[in-house]
Design a protein around this ligand. Structure first.
Ligand SMILES: Cc1ncc(COP(=O)(O)O)c(C=O)c1O
Length: 374
């Protein structure tokens, strides 16, 4: 038998007992008629939390981002500018083009998840008859591919100013916005003050079973509600899903995930191996990126495969549970040389230490067996 520590994503979290209790005991109605009291209460709660006029409960973060693009770019021939490492660009199937008929243009993300504002300004277009019309800028906070980085508030404010100057709207993919708010110890409402819309996921570190909110002005949300229905996201007695989301907001414990991620990052850094490195200075929230040296013959897939195997020597030594089970660690590959480990509510101290034992064992073994070429 193996003990599995699943660090692939904070989306693997399961609803807590109080979430299950809320699911069973909440008042329900038909949300497409606007009559589900639990959904309505959640929407008001999120709108207040983010300091905006209104919110809409949607099935997923992907749908929230797509609706934001559809509504903000409702003139044909519109373009949205997004980071080249953004979830919207990399992992949403180009839904903006596919479904909304919107051109996505990219700007290069810096390692901290931001991009250069002067470069952005030079990309804004639409005055020339040959060009698409830039209607929207979308940012991501925290930034997933950049390793859970938190966007500086001043940078967001400066960007918002720039958008206003050019009459362009600003959307934040805030799937992990509350991680940013927790890290900065600043209310989420302050972070998103300059944004016209924000999406926020309940089913990542917050650990509700499903759902996201899209937040903005009354007018924006009215249009977003129409778009949600068209996309098939009108969910009738959706209170069963909204109830655990409200609990998730009240019971969020993201600082613990950040602390555990920091411990994991520090331990890997402290191994001082040539093959594996972690940017401990840049460590911010619940995501730990491990880079494999460009001069190593190893790739991220091989490392994942080894983390999923248990060899006899491990269980004969101390790399096992108190029940003598070997340990498997799951993570994901971001690219050939980058692994992502994500901390979340299912990973308490015991799981963390088992993961650290296993990762330490495997990293040392691979570093010795596949030396980095100098
Ligand atoms: C930054 C970011 N935005 C959006 C999403 C999409 O969320 P969903 O999986 O709910 O569609 C994800 C999912 O991992 C994400 O990491």
């Amino acid at each position: 038998m193996a003990f599995i520590v699943d660090l692939r994503s904070d989306t693997v979290t399961k609803p807590t007992k109080s979430m299950m209790h809320a699911m069973v005991n909440s008042a329900l109605g038909d949300d497409v008629f606007g009559e589900d009291p639990t959904v309505n209460a959640l929407e008001s709660k999120v709108a207040t939390l983010l300091g905006k006029q209104a919110a809409l409960f949607v099935p997923s973060g992907t749908m929230a981002n797509l609706i934001a693009i559809m509504v903000h770019c409702n003139k044909r021939g519109s373009e949205a500018i997004v980071g080249n490492l953004s979830h919207i660009f990399k992992y949403e199937q180009g839904g903006a083009a596919h479904v909304a008929g919107v051109l996505l243009s990219t700007i290069q993300n810096k390692p901290d998840g931001t991009f250069d504002l002067q470069e952005l300004e030079s990309k804004i277009r639409g005055s020339d008859i040959h060009e698409a019309i830039t209607s929207l800028i979308a940012i991501e906070n925290t930034h997933n591919v950049c390793g859970g980085k938190v966007l500086p508030i001043q940078w967001i404010d400066d960007l918002a100013e720039l958008c206003k100057k050019h009459n362009i709207l600003l959307h934040m993919d805030g799937a992990r916005l509350l991680n940013a708010s927790t890290y900065l110890e600043v209310p989420a409402e302050r972070i998103v003050r300059g944004c016209d819309s924000v999406s926020l996921c309940f089913s990542k570190g917050l650990s509700a079973p499903a759902g996201s909110a899209l937040v903005g002005s009354y007018h924006f949300i009215k249009q977003a509600r129409r778009a949600r229905k068209m996309l098939g996201g009108g969910m009738r007695q959706a209170g069963v899903l909204a109830a655990p989301c409200a609990v998730a907001l009240d019971d969020a414990a993201l600082a613990l995930d950040h602390r555990r991620a920091r411990v994991l990052a520090d331990v890997i850094h402290g191994l001082f191996l040539k093959t594996f490195s972690v940017d401990v200075e840049g460590q911010r929230t619940n995501i730990v990126l491990v880079r494999i040296s460009e001069n190593s013959p190893l790739n991220a897939d091989q490392v994942l495969q080894r983390l999923a195997q248990i060899c006899l020597a491990e269980t004969q030594g101390s790399c096992k549970t108190t029940n003598d089970e070997g340990v498997i660690v799951k993570a994901i590959c971001f690219n050939e040389k980058t692994l992502r480990f994500t901390l979340h509510r299912e990973i308490q101290d015991e799981e963390l230490w088992l993961a650290i034992m296993k990762i330490t064992y495997v990293f040392k073994e691979l570093d010795a067996a596949h030396p980095v070429k100098s």
